[in-house]
Design a protein around this ligand. Structure first.
Ligand code: NAD
Ligand code: UD1
Length: 340
């Protein structure tokens, strides 16, 4: 299939492009490089051994999208493009609503006018808010509002996609609800490259390990979890990339909207992640436990991934140790990410 990948220069997009090519698909990437760089695409080309079709365009620009859809016979779209920094979204909500919502509407309108109806959308476990119980099933009731504008854009887009599916206009829509993506390609040549001080745990840990940051602060030690620290479902980015390939090869039916969790089903605490990282890297990660919880954090969040297995035949294969080893390979070979 010819797959348009929006945000394909980004962290998850670049890994997914590789899996798509490995599975015989052709790929067209659109990315405005607002949170990525062209070097990620160049390195993906090196891994797959072929040139990729890449457009540096903003997908809010409908004319630019029109041109791409007219030039290529596109069979389906994976829509990664979006802004994702939770803290920034609280400070600059309009930037998030503008970018994430307008880009999605513009993409859907152009898809509709070109009769391209197969879509896989990057959603997030954040749409569950503070879950009533774990592991989380897709049938869990979604809150009307989540705690930050970034998460809210995911909730609004999911609602919009549900509405689109019931128009009986032959849309086939899959929203993949990612848990916590970590790790890097096993080659160590592509990976997560935060442009600022990282907010998320794994990039913070690896930057402490490489000596770019002094020590990790563990936010909160009094959660009702095994060791008092927050528990999350860390999923290797290559496994996550493969879930997209599975979603395309087992597509939603005509006029169907489906939401599917992509996680391992296993919860790992902050202290357990630090220890797995230290073992995989052989490097000590200095940390201090702060009594202060991060606002908006929840105690535990991990998936019931059984729907992904029954519908897509997909299951996470890699372990937390694999992910730590791959994150470290990427970080140690590229201390400054793609910026050399
Ligand atoms: P990323 O920032 O690395 O990738 C997103 C890409 O989209 C970037 O390359 C950016 O330049 C591009 N982009 C943003 N706005 C654009 C626009 N208007 N036009 C064209 N390109 C645009 O992020 P990621 O971690 O790869 O995440 C991909 C998707 O998955 C996002 O939608 C994100 O919200 C979602 N997601 C990520 C996580 C995570 O922890 N990484 C968790 C759940 C969901
Ligand atoms: C965060 C976002 C969530 C988003 C997800 C994936 C918040 C409140 N939530 O979730 O919306 O979908 O990333 O992008 O930002 N931790 C530390 N020290 C750190 C960083 C994190 O102790 O320096 C802890 C956190 O308290 C948490 C765990 O590590 O218990 C994981 O944090 P993180 O990687 O930010 O992911 P989420 O909290 O799941």
């Amino acid at each position: 299939m010819n797959i348009l990948v929006t945000g394909g220069a980004g962290y998850i997009g670049s890994h997914t492009v590789i899996e798509l090519i490995n599975n015989g698909h052709d790929v067209i990437i659109i990315d405005n490089l607002s949170n990525s760089c062209k070097e990620a695409v160049t390195r993906a080309e090196r891994i797959i051994g072929e040139a990729l079709t890449f457009y540096e365009k903003d997908i809010r620009d409908k004319q630019a999208l029109e041109k791409v859809f007219s030039k290529h016979q596109i069979d389906g779209v994976i829509h990664f493009a979006g802004l994702k920094a939770v803290g920034e979204s609280v400070k600059m909500p309009l930037k998030y609503y503008n970018n994430n919502l307008i880009s999605t509407i513009s993409l859907l309108e152009v898809m509709e006018s070109h009769n391209v109806k197969q879509l896989v959308f990057s959603s997030s476990a954040t749409v569950y808010g503070d879950p009533a119980s774990v592991p989380i099933k897709e049938s869990a009731t979604l809150p009307a509002k989540v705690t930050n504008p970034y998460g809210q854009t995911k909730l609004v887009i999911e609602t919009m996609l549900m509405d689109l599916a019931i128009t009986n206009n032959n849309w086939q829509i899959t929203a993949l609800r990612y848990f916590n993506p970590i790790g890097a390609h096993e080659s160590g040549t592509i990976g997560e490259d935060p442009s600022d001080i990282p907010n998320n745990l794994m990039p913070y840990v690896s930057q402490v390990a490489i000596g770019k940051l002094k020590e990790l602060s563990v936010f909160g030690s009094d959660y009702p979890t095994r060791d008092g620290t927050g528990v999350r479902d860390y999923i290797h980015v290559t496994d996550l990339a493969k879930a997209h390939v599975a979603a395309l090869s087992t597509p939603a039916s005509l006029n169907e909207y489906r939401a599917i969790n992509v996680g391992t089903g296993k919860g790992t605490s902050v202290l357990e992640l630090i220890s797995a990282f230290e073992q995989a890297s052989g490097v000590k990660v200095p940390y201090k436990i702060t009594g202060r919880r991060r606002p908006g954090d929840i105690a535990a969040c991990y998936a019931d991934p059984s729907l992904a297995h029954s519908i897509l035949g997909w299951r996470a294969q890699k372990t937390i140790e694999d992910a730590c080893a791959d994150s470290w390979r990427w970080q140690s070979a590229n201390p400054n990410g793609y910026r050399g």
